[in-house]
Design a protein around this ligand. Sequence first.
Ligand SMILES: Cc1cc2nc3c(=O)[nH]c(=O)nc-3n(C[C@H](O)[C@H](O)[C@H](O)COP(=O)(O)O)c2cc1C
Length: 157
Amino acid sequence: MKGLVVYYSKYGNGKIIAEAIASGLRETGHDIAVSDVGEKDTGPDFDFIVVGSPTRAGRMMGSVKRFIGRELKQAAWKGKKFIAFGTGFRPKGSGKFDQMGAKSAEKVYDAIRKAGLEPMMEAQKFFVKDMQGPLEEGEQERAVELGRSVGRLIRTG
Ligand SMILES: Cc1cc2nc3c(=O)[nH]c(=O)nc-3n(C[C@H](O)[C@H](O)[C@H](O)COP(=O)(O)O)c2cc1C
């Protein structure tokens, strides 16, 4: 199937995750385009979409929110499948940052669902060690594996 991975990434961590998910999907036989959210308008010529955003103060980035409003609310996307992912801190306790830990995953999920698309799975979180990264060990491989398992799932229907 034809899929699109759209992400915003300030420090490059989300870009690594986006590319890793795309590579897992490609390994399992899908035709995948990867696009930075600001790069170009994409058009709805895809069977499914993966959207990712960093977490900022518990929210997704405005550019990702605008992309969802501008593109995914179009009728042609209605009912198509999506995966939402977010990057941020791993919750370690009950502090303020913990409650906001990688919360963008859920924010992206909720916004896309509201736009009328169908989730393939719950919101996916990928964790960074510090403000600008790097990713925790194993996160890139976990993203490749996510791409592979989703790829196998949609191939077999
Ligand atoms: C101003 C600012 C606020 C942030 N707020 C949060 C937050 O509330 N929760 C969280 O988990 N991470 C937070 N982070 C960490 C970001 O999620 C992290 O920089 C981002 O996931 C890295 O992804 P990128 O390299 O793709 O930009 C914040 C980072 C910055 C710079």
